[in-house]
Design a protein around this ligand. Structure first.
Ligand code: ATP
Ligand code: MG
Length: 398
């Protein structure tokens, strides 16, 4: 097998907070490698742990396009802050220099004689040249070959060289990862997923803090169409790229909503139904060993999200309700939804189950005593258990 001067394509992953984990670091890194392996199950890659970075080795002769696909895919896996498509060459000054010259040959920057810099670092300190010596050797060769001016303070092109245990890596650019912690390192949660914009973003945020997230959607069937279920399914399918093995359950909620409506108390209907959703979710959470619920609430956004009403929801269950969007503006939530790819799905039309019960005026200061009255008449605890029995599962893994 002959290697070209450029070497073999590989992908270098820089880890985020995982590196702050002290003695737990080993466990976090193992979790991250398992998540990467799962995300890349359709690709041939060899995952190598290097000091502080993970290197994905692609088989000899892999096309750059395939390496790009791998880099883009792995950039979705939480726990990684930077992804570099890198060239792997022999750990030898001459090989590194030749590869650096090859690496930038066809670039814009060479064509327009842009200002450049070489930045080396050695993860293996036994390498004969020190970093700044290697910078000078490679920089000198680039300057001789292409006549580019060196600019160490504000370069337009940076050639990065990382000398490792058994090889050196070269790259010029990179893409940001998701940051955060590996999914699964913080436990499991159950997200209440509507067809709206907020709840998918909330679920994403909690995945990025290391939670494995399963999903529960309440549908108004038999009084609404199934559109909201298709939307929930499409949302979970999209979010699955961040964690894999996602699970969605749908609760047929129409009849329970009807009972709430019939219980009088129009102004309290929305908050009573939200409490019933939470009680049902808590029941499901116990069955799947989830330790928290996640919602897309944002303070003051709608009448059910006043401080009083949020408190009334917290009182409905014992499990903690995580609300990662509580302090965000709608525009910020929308920007994130666009970035993670859920916005277009959320904006599709559907018949939200909540519109079944939209009162003329919703209560913004719901009293827990009044809610408990309604719940007594409904036999809410029993109803929640029955609803949890009626869930329909959808398994996803794409
Ligand atoms: P979203 O955009 O997520 O629908 P929203 O701003 O419309 O949120 P609400 O409709 O008050 O606000 O919902 C608040 C939260 O309650 C949602 O973010 C979601 O977590 C949960 N929720 C609401 N409706 C449903 C539903 N049909 N199924 C599951 N969860 C729901
Ligand atoms: Mg909504």
């Amino acid at each position: 097998m002959t290697m070209t001067a450029l070497g073999e394509p590989s992908v270098l992953l820089k880890l985020g907070e995982v590196v702050l984990k002290g003695r737990n670091r080993e466990i976090f890194e193992m979790r991250l490698r398992a998540n990467i392996k799962h995300a890349l199950k359709d690709h041939r890659v060899d995952i190598r742990q290097r000091h502080g970075v993970i290197a994905l080795f692609l088989p000899a002769g892999t096309e750059v396009e395939e390496a790009e696909v791998v880099a883009a895919r792995v950039a979705d896996v939480p726990g990684i802050v930077l992804v570099h498509l890198a060239w792997r060459v022999a750990k030898d000054t001459d090989a590194i220099t030749k590869a650096a010259i090859e690496l930038i040959r066809d670039s814009d920057e060479v064509a327009r004689k842009a200002r450049f810099a070489v930045r080396s670092r050695r993860r293996d300190k036994r390498f004969p040249l020190r970093s700044n010596e290697l910078d000078r050797v490679v920089g000198g060769a680039i300057n001789d070959t292409y006549g580019l001016p060196v600019d160490l303070s504000n370069p337009e092109l940076t050639v990065h060289i990382e000398v490792d245990k058994d090889e050196a890596f070269l790259f010029t650019g990179g893409r940001p990862g998701q940051g955060g912690l590996p999914v699964g390192s913080s436990g499991r949660a159950l997200a209440l997923l509507s067809g709206g914009i907020d709840s998918p973003v909330a679920a994403y945020r909690m995945m990025r803090r290391g939670l494995r997230v399963d999903f529960l959607h309440f549908s108004g069937i038999p009084f609404t169409t199934s559109e909201s279920i298709y939307k929930a399914y499409a949302l979970v399918r999209n979010l699955d790229k961040f964690q894999g093995k996602s699970r969605l359950w749908v609760v047929p909620f129409g009849k329970a909503q009807q009972s709430i409506k019939n219980s009088g108390q129009d102004r309290l209907a929305v908050i009573a139904q939200r409490r019933l959703m939470l009680k049902t979710a808590e029941e499901v959470a116990h069955r799947i060993h989830a330790e928290a619920l996640v919602t897309g609430d944002s303070l003051g956004q709608v009448s059910s999200q006043t401080l009083t009403n949020i408190t009334a929801q917290d009182h409905a269950v014992d499990l903690p309700i995580l609300r990662p969007l509580i302090g965000l503006d709608k525009t910020e939530i929308m920007a994130e939804a666009r970035r993670i790819g859920t916005l277009e799905i959320s904006e599709l039309p559907d018949e939200d189950c909540c519109t079944l019960l939209a009162p003329r005026q919703a209560e913004t200061r719901a009293k827990i005593e009044d809610l408990k009255q309604i719940e007594k008449r409904l036999d809410a605890e029993d109803l929640a258990a029955q609803l949890a029995d009626s869930i329909q599962p959808y398994k996803l893994d794409v």
